[in-house]
Design a protein around this ligand. Sequence first.
Ligand SMILES: CC(C)(COP(=O)(O)OP(=O)(O)OC[C@H]1O[C@@H](n2cnc3c(N)ncnc32)[C@H](O)[C@@H]1OP(=O)(O)O)[C@@H](O)C(=O)NCCC(=O)NCCS
Length: 183
Amino acid sequence: MDVEPEKFNPEDIRIEIMNQNYDVSGFNSYEKELVDFLREDALENQEQRLSVTFLWYYKDHLVSYVTVLNDKINLEGDLKEFFREKGIHYKSLPALKIGRLCVDDRYLRRGLGRLMILSVINVADGINKNKAGCRFITLDAKRNSDKKRDSIHFYKKMGFGTLKERMKGTTPMYLDLKLIEEN
Ligand SMILES: CC(C)(COP(=O)(O)OP(=O)(O)OC[C@H]1O[C@@H](n2cnc3c(N)ncnc32)[C@H](O)[C@@H]1OP(=O)(O)O)[C@@H](O)C(=O)NCCC(=O)NCCS
């Protein structure tokens, strides 16, 4: 009989903003592009003010990371109609984008992905409170022909909708923060 892997206790997790003192060389994922980004580009992008990367540690092990940046959604189709009905006629609306999000292979399916999504919602809520408007969380979900590795299913479970369904590459997705607030 399979034993359910133990979930992470949020109290045992430490979150650090990346800087040159952190060693990320041991991080590993089946999504090699996300490993390369962390090792080669994340810090430089942060220094260039293109994104901020949060490193997640559990008992001093680097278990996952998430990279965020500012974004906007161009309103088209059903989404445009939805806002028109509310009297909102802008062409685009502000968003916070999850540029990269990855859990190390050794720690998958233990609740870290969900906790990282909640942490980004928390960042957006903080921005909305007294800094700037932010209506959505956006991301481009990586598609994988192996269903267990196809991140679109994970994001749908987290409440994200698709902007444009694409079977290969990435699928743009969004979460409406106002709808979450109301539910
Ligand atoms: C996608 C990813 C972040 C999910 O992280 P995780 O820590 O394994 O996910 P969680 O344990 O928090 O799962 C939350 C829920 O989503 C489900 N889930 C996770 N991955 C899933 C998948 N590929 N397909 C379907 N459901 C999935 C879990 O079963 C869980 O459901 P439950 O609440 O009913 O138990 C992780 O698989 C990953 O890092 N993959 C490699 C990189 C990647 O694809 N990142 C996304 C790029 S945009």
